[in-house]
Ligand binder design. Structure first.
Ligand code: PLP
Length: 409
């Protein structure tokens, strides 16, 4: 008689079945665009059907301040770089565009090339970092509310998800996050935080690194860091600490549709991400990203343009006695509307303004992205009209399924 353990074909079948179960549970890599669109349609977020051919494509003229995009788009230098390399696109990366990008970023930040892994956006390395460092026995610890994509990845690795409310001033409560689970695999710190736009001090992040459970990493998501005056954490990578820093070109650099991002970390940590996927970069994304990094004055100029529009909008909201949550520093903020946030989102949509979603912990609060001054003027007019009108209850059929999904995580 052969036991299962000594029977290679039974073992093969068993691991195949385990693999199949894993594949069935695998969740696609979701970007802000998927999450933003799901909030508008009421469908659970999926990796498919974004704008473009989708029947859910927004009508022309709709104000799009729902996905934390940058209305300034890619810089002129980035567009020129794309035009320069596009004719070379018949071949793979013949001239090493991606390597030149990594080397430029490393040199600008006192890092080595081996500290920088280039991806088509930061959604991929966010997903892979969670898959690599969480498991059924190593949890995913996140602030609440915070960017949800990591929770989706944790679903795939069947990790426990531990949500820790933000502090009263909307920073990450690092002491509570570190204490939350001695078996944590990833402590996710989104700085500044999406959706609140609020900051966590570098001192607190250093504290988390020094006090976290052994074997855990701190995953610092700096998607919006350039829009603030806050110190980044790249020096902690250079110092060899247990963190991975995520960067994207989708925000201040306005390249969400062109796609480029980084995972920055110790080579041994980055190596754990590669089994999950490491595709070649499109040379257009790499070339545009390098041109953006090399354009003098681009970051401070854009920080000022977007910051001025944010400050103007926040001042208007406060002057009109609307309640902004915390002290937002980036291209998004939350308003506590004092009524069901989903109904406000629907009423704004009816007035041609798409605003962002709600989070289960604060069902009355809506996230708004900072658009152009003209877009924010349309926002103000629509928001005042919506808030002046009597609240309208949403029909049950319009309730947004994905938010209920998050409530169950
Ligand atoms: N992290 C945060 C906090 C985000 O808000 C986003 C997108 O909005 C991302 C990561 C991923 O961005 P991308 O994949 O476009 O680089």
């Amino acid at each position: 008689m052969t036991t299962q353990a000594s029977n290679p074909s039974a073992l093969g079948r068993r691991s195949f079945l385990r693999g199949a179960a894993f594949a069935a549970a695998a969740v696609p890599i979701l970007t802000e665009a998927h999450l933003a669109q799901a909030a508008q349609t009421g469908a659970a977020p999926s990796g498919l059907a974004l704008h473009g051919q989708s029947p859910n494509a927004p009508p022309p003229g709709m104000v799009l301040i729902n996905a934390n995009e940058n209305p300034l788009g890619p810089s002129k230098a980035a567009c020129e770089a794309i035009a320069r390399v596009a004719p070379l696109g018949g071949r793979y990366d013949q001239y090493g565009e991606t390597e030149m990008l990594a080397s430029t970023f490393a040199a600008q930040n006192g890092l080595k090339m081996e500290n920088v892994a280039v991806y088509a956006g930061s959604s991929e390395p966010l997903h892979y970092s969670v898959l690599a460092f969480t498991s059924p026995t190593r949890s995913f610890v996140t602030a609440d509310p915070s960017y949800e994509a990591g929770m989706y990845a944790a679903k795939t690795s069947q990790a426990r998800i531990v949500k820790v409310p933000l502090t009263a001033d909307c920073a990450h409560d690092v002491k509570a996050m570190v204490a939350a689970d001695p078996q944590a695999g990833v402590i996710y710190i989104c700085n500044p935080n999406n959706p609140t736009g609020t900051l966590t001090t570098k001192q607190d992040i250093v504290w988390a690194l020094e006090n976290k459970p052994a074997g855990a990493i701190v995953l610092v998501d700096e998607a919006y860091i350039h829009l603030t005056d806050a110190q980044d954490t790249l020096d902690l990578v250079a110092a060899g600490k247990d963190l991975i820093v995520l960067r994207t070109f989708s925000k201040i650099y306005g390249m969400a549709g062109i796609r480029c991002g980084f995972a920055v970390g110790r080579p041994d940590l980055l190596a754990k991400l590669t089994p999950f996927g490491q595709n070649a970069m499109p040379i257009t994304g790499s070339a545009a990203a390098r041109a953006s990094l090399e354009e003098p004055g681009l970051v401070p100029l854009r920080r000022k343009i977007i910051g001025d529009t944010r400050r103007d909008t926040l001042a208007w909201l406060k002057a009109n006695n609307y309640k902004v949550i915390g002290d937002p520093q980036t291209n998004c903020f939350m308003i506590d509307t004092g009524r069901d946030g989903k109904s406000v989102i629907a009423a704004m949509k009816a007035r041609n303004v798409l605003i962002g979603r709600t989070w289960p912990i604060w069902p009355n609060a809506v996230r708004v992205s900072v658009g152009t001054p003209e877009e924010m003027a349309s926002f103000k007019t629509a928001f005042k009209a919506v808030m002046d009108a009597k609240p309208v209850a949403l029909e049950a059929s319009r309730q947004h399924a994905e938010l209920d999904y998050f409530a169950t995580l």
